[in-house]
Design a protein. Structure first.
Lengths: 378, 98
């Protein structure tokens, strides 16, 4: 299926961007994507905005219309929310709108402005993606993923060094990415000795609070060669982690990836590069297993072996991932597709993966209540 | 913090969850808390397996070093978060080692 083409991409710097508003970030990314596409603003028929918590932090909702008009775009405007998978979900709906024939050219903007609020306010807002029982227990998302990490350690013998290897690798990749929030390397010792956030996860096992925006122009005009979205699938599960059958997997990742691979007509062994949702180091380890890159319980050793580092057999999170490139929650799912598009266009510079012609993105909302998987091909 | 009517409605059902014995599946110690829980840090939260369901609950009256997988715990009533001086105090279910 080569019916949806990525015509243009745009990405702001990720980080603590105190001199920029949410609308500045969204407009910057949108204009870059539109210019990259070669289309004019008047040719954009709809805008899909991925955003999770801006309404709660600022009081400003109605972002579909607000961001589209700020950027000077007419036509339909939608705000899409699916926790930290809001960006991926916005891309999925944009793809469906093109496949249905409703629109021919659409803009997707993922954006979040998180650093204007206190850590406590942001932590509480993010817990909107959890369940009422989890909020009453005083749980946080680091806490929920810490429970998954502990269960994985108990069941499979995964170690803190395995977890740390995710962080070390993704910081190395981010050191090659000028848009990353933390473009520098760190050592295993630094990760292991950083302050505990929620046992067994420490500060450098967690993704940061980030401002940033990413944008795509998608088109059903597939005349010229380019990068295509050939698979786009969403799966859902219980929002409450404790209600799940297993604490050591995200079932939605398995379901969504199998659907997306089937749509694309490829197998997991065909994937050459991937961007996955490493909101915490354990999340990338589980993603390796759930997406089928390695066996059940082998994710820790798989990442620790270097297979997923640049130069390895399957480079994962060449952008630096959520851990080191940053995690502006509504933008992350869109940024993942920007990164894979640039890999497939062979424009990733020092981060370029040799022979990259098929890529995968996995964007997770909450602890797996929503999972979005996309397949991109040249 | 929940509204008074939400708290009142939840309080009416608390007795259904009292004195239930379960097993601790997994737990964590939280050092960075969401709003309303900052005064409690560090605190313990676990997933507890009861006969008919699995719930996330705070663990009280113990230290992390005292906990073991499959340890028996029992539900108790405790304050949830911190209420301001004019707010309704919210109570809820937590567990302590048996």
């Amino acid at each position: 299926m080569k019916n949806v083409k990525v015509a243009g991409v745009g990405l702001t710097k990720f980080g603590e961007l105190w001199d920029k508003t949410l609308f500045d970030l969204a407009t910057d990314a949108a204009m870059e994507a539109i210019n990259d596409s070669g289309l004019t603003i008047n040719q954009i028929e709809a805008t899909f905005v991925g955003n999770m918590i801006y309404g709660r932090l600022s009081g400003q909702d109605h972002l579909g219309a607000a961001i589209a008009t700020q950027a000077g775009i007419k036509g339909a405007g939608f705000r899409v929310e699916g926790a930290c998978a809001s960006g991926g979900l916005a891309v999925h709906l944009a793809v469906q709108s093109l496949l249905s024939g409703t629109y021919k050219n659409v803009l997707v903007v993922g954006v979040e402005k998180m650093t204007d609020a206190s850590i406590s306010e942001v932590t509480s807002a993010l817990m909107g993606a959890g369940s009422d029982a989890e909020r009453k227990a005083g749980l946080t998302f680091p806490g929920l993923y810490a429970l998954m990490a502990k269960a994985h350690m108990q069941k499979y013998g995964t170690t803190r060094k395995h977890l740390a290897s995710v962080s070390v690798k993704n910081h190395y990749h981010a050191s090659l990415n000028s848009k990353a929030q933390f473009p520098f390397e760190i050592t295993e010792e630094k990760v292991l000795n950083s302050p505990c956030i929620c046992s067994p996860l420490s500060l450098f096992d967690t993704s940061p609070i980030t401002d940033g925006a990413a944008a795509l122009v998608l088109t059903s005009d597939t005349g010229k060669p380019g990068v295509y979205i050939t698979g786009s699938a969403v799966a859902t599960d219980t929002v409450d982690l404790a209600s799940r059958k297993s604490l050591t997997e995200i079932a939605g990742s398995k379901e969504a990836s199998q659907k997306a691979l089937k749509q694309a007509g490829i197998e997991v062994k065909d994937i050459k590069v991937a961007e996955v949702h490493d909101c915490f180091t354990i999340a990338e380890i589980m993603a390796m297993e759930d997406l089928g890159f390695c066996g059940e319980g082998e994710g820790g050793k798989y990442v620790h072996s270097g297979t997923t580092k640049l130069g390895g057999k399957l480079p994962v999170n060449t952008s630096g991932g959520l851990k080191a490139c940053g995690h502006p929650v509504g933008a992350t799912g869109v940024k993942q597709i920007v990164e894979i598009t640039e890999q497939l266009r062979k424009t990733s510079g020092k981060r370029q993966v040799d022979g990259a012609n098929v890529g995968l993105t996995q964007n997770v909302g909450g602890t797996g209540g929503t999972v979005v998987v996309h397949i991109l091909q040249t | 913090m929940n509204s008074p009517v939400t708290i009142w409605r939840a309080h009416k059902n608390l007795h259904n969850y009292l004195n239930k014995v379960g097993k601790l599946v997994v737990w964590t110690k939280i050092f960075v808390a969401p709003g309303g829980f900052e005064h409690q840090v560090p605190y313990l939260v676990g997933i507890v397996q009861f006969n008919d369901e699995r719930l996330p609950l705070q663990i009280v009256d113990c230290e992390e070093e005292d906990l073991k997988t499959d340890q028996k715990v029992i539900t108790v009533i405790r304050k949830i978060g911190k209420a301001k001086s004019e707010d309704v105090i919210e109570y809820g279910i937590k567990v302590k080692p048996l």
